[in-house]
Write a protein that binds this ligand. Sequence first.
Ligand SMILES: [Zn+2]
Length: 250
Amino acid sequence: MLILEVIFFFILGTIFGSFYNVVIYRLPRKESIVVGSSHCTNCNTPIKPYDLIPILSYVLLQGKCRQCKHPISSRYASIELLTGITFALTYMRFNFSYETLVGLLLSSILIIIAMIDIDTMEIYDRFQVFLLVLAIPYILWISPYHFITHIIGFFIISVPFYIIALITNGIGGGDIKLIAMAGLLLGWQNTLVTFLLSSILGGIVAIILVATKQQDRKSLIAFGPYLCIGIFISYLYGPQLIKWYINLIT
Ligand SMILES: [Zn+2]
């Protein structure tokens, strides 16, 4: 693995990330994601191609629109950076392989799901379908696990979630479908890792919110984004985390 290749995947990720920004912004507003160029949300000036370089443009423009100097949310550059990092990590884990290809598609859809969930508290069904379509070839041709492992993965957390949802109404349908589809892709062992990671992460953030008296910030309580982080980490490092944990307790 060459450092140049890691950098290549990082830059590729930032370019894709800038497209995901468009998707994340326009999908909930029911705007076309292919028609229409990017424009400043304040003065409506179309953004010049040379000001659309991922991350770099944001840094060079010091986070302001070139025309009206209105501050641009750091969120766009953050999503580009995040996509770049997940692409680079995926390549570092799987090198040139089908696992990497699945990892890139998976991290892409997870970033879009998480950000739209933060904005709207909703996970669209079309993303669940995307995960299903991704899971099928993965299970058939790429996965190191047995077919049954994946089927159990579909049910292992989604069924308890569904029962809890019936009793308490505390878990959204989108989260249940997400952990079912991701469970199918990951297999049941990695799905358990996903559940543990996202619960720990969500728990830590919830404690911080209560401690800093910000628990009214509902967007941070959405479980979807934590699930997304858990799914990504499990896809990359699930087996290593399980091995590490077993060594720890035995
Ligand atoms: Zn402007």
